[in-house]
Design a protein around this ligand. Structure first.
Ligand code: TRP
Length: 333
């Protein structure tokens, strides 16, 4: 079976944008792929972190995976630092990566800002660690957002450089796994701003820990405009709040905006919001309950990560032994 690898940074206060942008799609991939999902705590260290918060966020993302329906029995969920092979392979691949390739990375330029000489080596080497994440498991497919496409391209280049250097077809060149209609979830208070954990208004977002009543209240309160719903997707242009709510409905229902408008064309927001409230409560209510439960139950969460790291390590160690051999690193029995 083909293998998916993806990573997500440990962050707190996960919300609907995180769920529809990544988690929900990742759940769907499990039917068709062997899935390895990693909480990339080593990548998080490329910017300053509070130690206690990093630990808490690693558990919180794990809880969100489980609450969203990611199956840690068939798939693997673990945190990156628990499998030492990620750091080792990053070094090995770093030795094959020309600086010219890294200098092209737009994310580094954005994050480092004007004073590049003050940026850490880790931030610069970030894409090499990401390539190591994927290649350590010889993953064939990687679901990534728009912002990570360049990094995945670099991963393919590094895989190719390794294969050429050692005259082997060892690493598969991983394919980006693209999803249908991309869901950009916007604030419920302002359809032109992204839904964000740092928005001062809690009503602007649906948190993955929100209970059913809170979800319903926030959807009912969401900003709209005065017109009924349009007949076509084109009619959503210039109506950011309408576009956002229709997009959220489509993503939660697992359909597209056209299908939603076929059903609700001409409807008033009052009616559409009632339908959206019902859908959101049904889809997100159980996630909120599971999240709340798992946030208390760190033993369960840690158990999942521990077992995941053991299973990931078994794959990683096998590959690393092969890689060390190909590179001529002496291994005495
Ligand atoms: N850089 C990715 C992000 O910020 C996270 C990530 C780390 C990742 N390693 C990965 C994604 C490997 C896909 C595959 O979103």
């Amino acid at each position: 079976m083909e293998r998916i690898f993806s990573g997500v940074q440990p962050t707190g206060n996960l919300h609907l944008g995180n769920y529809l942008g990544a988690l929900k799609n990742w759940v769907g991939l499990q039917e068709r792929f062997e899935c390895i999902y990693c909480i990339v705590d080593l990548h998080a260290l490329t910017v300053p972190q509070d130690s206690a918060a990093l630990t808490a966020h690693t558990r919180e993302v794990t809880a969100a995976f489980l609450a969203s329906g990611i199956d840690a029995k068939n798939g693997i969920i673990f945190n990156q630092s628990a499998v030492a092979g990620h750091s080792e392979l990053a070094w090995l691949l770093g030795c094959l990566t020309p600086l010219g390739w890294l200098n092209r990375m737009t994310q580094f330029k954005d994050k480092a800002g004007k004073h590049q000489e003050k940026a850490g080596l880790g931030l610069y080497a970030y894409p090499v660690l990401m390539a190591a994440d994927v290649l350590l498991y010889k993953a064939t497919h990687v679901p990534v957002g728009e912002d990570q496409k360049q990094h995945l391209e670099l991963c393919r280049d590094i895989a190719g450089a390794f294969n050429r250097q050692y005259g082997v077809e060892y690493f598969p060149l991983p394919e980006p796994q693209i999803f249908g209609e991309a869901t950009r979830v916007m604030s419920l208070r302002d359809g032109t701003a992204k839904m964000s954990k740092s928005d001062s208004s809690d009503n602007s977002r649906i948190n993955l820990t929100d209970d059913r009543d809170t979800i319903a209240r926030k959807v009912r309160k969401a900003k709209t405009d005065a017109d009924p719903l349009p007949e076509s997707v084109k009619g959503l242009e210039g109506r950011p709040e309408a576009a956002n709510l229709v997009g959220i409905y489509a993503a939660l229902a697992g359909t597209d905006r056209k299908a939603v408008l076929d059903r609700f064309a001409g409807a008033q927001f009052s009616a559409f919001k009632e339908a959206l409230t019902e859908l959101a409560v049904e889809a997100l209510g159980p996630i909120g309950e599971a999240m709340t439960e798992l946030k208390r139950d760190t033993a369960t969460v840690d158990g999942v990560l521990k077992e995941g790291a053991e299973r990931a390590s078994a794959i990683a160690e096998k590959h690393l032994a092969e890689i060390r051999d190909l590179m001529g690193l002496l291994r005495c029995e």
